[in-house]
Structures are given as C-alpha cells and as structure tokens.
Design a protein around this ligand. Structure first.
Ligand code: GLN
Length: 196
C-alpha cells in the first residue's frame, strides 16, 4: 500500500488564532500553509477559516479583493470554519446582518451567548468517538437553524455547535485551543479520504 501523501492545508492568516490551527493541523498529519493572498490558495488541498473577529476578517478580504476567490476555493475544496470562520461560511448572519460566503446552509447569530457567559469551556459527548470532547467558546455565535443537508455532530443547550455539510466542517467553538485534536483529525481525514 502506498502511504497517503501529507495534505497541504491552508490557514487563512489575516486575523485571529491561525497559529494555533497550524499547530493542530501539523499534529493531525497535515502540512499547514499560512494564506494571506488569493494566489497562495493555488495547489492547496483544503482550507481552515479560523476564529477571530468576522467583521475584521471581512474588511480585509474586501480590501485585498479576496472575497470572491475565497468563495470559489471554499465551494470546491474541503473547508473547516471555526467561530468567526463558521460565521463567514454561513448562509445568513444575524446580530447584525453581514456579508458571508453562503456555503453552509445555516443561520448564525453572532455573539449570541450574552455578556456574562460569553466565554465558557464545556466538556460533552459528541458524535466523535473517543469520549467527551472539551469545547472552548469565546464570544461564540449560535447556529439557530440548519438546512436538511447539514449533519449535527455536537450541540450546546440543544443548538448545533459542530456541523458538517458535504466537505464543509464548522464549529462555533475553538478546537484548536484544546489539547485534544480529534476535530482537526476528522477534518484531515476528510481531506485524505477518497471522494465518494
Ligand atoms: N465574536 C466573533 C464574531 O462575531 C467571533 C468570535 C470568535 O471567533 N472567537 O466574529
């Protein structure tokens, strides 16, 4: 059997915690590549959209003329969005309404958990094997609604927090900040797995 080549996975490195994603990807069997310009997407197998501040990321994407090319790449490759990255992928964003790539059939409310409990670490069972998963929420959005193509892999208070739709994986929490990298491994596996 020939070994799987190491996938080259881009991490959008405009703003936010992209460095933590890069090390979680490296630990999960991928080669991370920081992406700051549209031409850096060439030759990548997949992309991570990190958490941060979605309004700031959007502003830079527009300034760099990067929005359309990013949308094209994400529509045709595996993509993993966490927190602000999940907001960017959503079909509709509320609180307030803002532009998004519209690739994940979900309605997302920004900063939905209120001031008192806007950041929290929960440990709960998910659809992933290997026992309860630590989930770090930082000024997290809430997924209010998902379409029929969206599979929910974890919930918080009944609302989806980890979802998958075809080659899109999205989390409203920050799996890159936990020592347990099962979510990144799931993503890397989806990149290396033969397409059905
Ligand atoms: N509050 C941020 C936003 O609305 C998301 C927070 C995060 O990515 N940790 O974009």
């Amino acid at each position: 059997m020939t070994p799987e080549p190491t996938p080259r996975i881009g991490v959008l490195a405009i703003q936010g915690d992209y460095a933590a994603h890069a090390s979680a990807l490296a630990d999960s069997g991928a080669q991370p590549v920081e992406v700051r310009r549209p031409d850096q997407l060439a030759g990548l197998d997949a992309l991570v959209l990190p958490g941060g501040e979605s309004t700031t990321i959007l502003l830079f994407l527009e300034k760099l003329n990067f929005f359309a090319e990013l949308g094209q790449f994400c529509a045709s490759h595996p993509v993993f969005g966490t927190c602000a990255g999940a907001i960017l992928l959503a079909r509709e964003v509320l609180n307030p309404s803002q532009r998004s790539l519209g690739l994940l059939d979900a309605v997302v409310e920004r900063n939905a958990y209120g001031r008192q409990i806007d950041s929290a670490i929960l440990t709960a069972e998910t659809a992933l094997s290997g026992g309860p998963l630590e989930m770090v929420f930082i000024r997290a959005p809430r997924i209010l609604e998902v379409g029929p193509e969206v599979e929910v892999l974890a919930r918080r208070d009944g609302f989806p927090v980890l979802v998958r739709q075809g080659r899109i994986l999205a989390a409203t929490f920050h799996p890159e900040l936990s020592a347990d990298h099962r979510v990144h491994k799931l993503f890397v596996q989806s990149v290396t797995a033969p397409r059905p």
